[in-house]
Design a protein around this ligand. Sequence first.
Ligand SMILES: Cc1ncc(COP(=O)(O)O)c(C=O)c1O
Length: 306
Amino acid sequence: MNESEKIWWNGELVPWKDARIHVLSHVVHYGSSCFEGIRCYKTAAGSKVFRLREHVRRLLESAKIYRFAVPYDKAALVQAVLDTIRANKLEACYVRPVIFRGYGSLSVSPAGIPIETCIAVWEWGAYLGKDALENGVDVCVSSWSRAATNTFPTAAKAGGHYLNSQLIKMEANQNGYAEGIALDPNGYVSEGSGENVFLVRDGILYTPALAHSVLSGVTRDAVIRIAQDLGFHVRERAIPREWLYICDELFFTGTAAEISPIRSVDRLPVGEGRRGPITEKIQERFFQIINGAAPDPDNWLTSVPG
Ligand SMILES: Cc1ncc(COP(=O)(O)O)c(C=O)c1O
């Protein structure tokens, strides 16, 4: 890991190496955490955090679903993220807030167990490899499905859910793919281990509706709005698996993956087998907004005070 200096822990900035928990903490045994992944970009006008308020909102919604009594509100957490970036003097970084059940008892019931809130930041480059954004990645359809409705609430970004993501990612990597796309329990396309998915067919964008066991991605929402702004139709719906093989373009969206084209699925080329023109247009606008080269009408960027 690219270690930085300080981690925000329940309101204090502590040295990176001192941010430790006990091995018998509830979270270690039962996956009881909610977290976010956020990016802070270096721009000509200083460091800017992408959609910070939306990420903090989702963090608090995840915590609400899992009945965490979080002692901080949205404004306090937004400020804490900015303070942590500034304290670490990083111009560009990945931001990881995590709220978890700490040390108290190992009963499955979390009653009486303290809630811990931490924010770490560190330097992190392209998630799916250096040239993924331009050349695209090779993926497979996972043999693992996403969780069925009313098992794990996929609107929550919770630690335990990522055991399923690990199965998808490990299987894909061991078979030589950069990532796996999982189906929902009914066999419709759901998402990658840590990314939402979009496809293009006949000039129209399609992405699985939220009912298909997907996380409501902040980048997914940004891409829907950018695509509509550029004049494309976007349809959120059920997507059969075979559309992955016959679409013209396919790409992942996510904070870590940003907008990453997919060039093959199960060894079948997607379209021409490289980044498609609509993917490129959306990617271009996305990075223009981040860099300040295109307007930011919805205030997606929050400046990190110097
Ligand atoms: C399972 C899963 N789906 C989708 C996403 C994309 O979400 P976002 O764009 O908010 O990062 C992520 C990443 O957070 C994820 O872990």
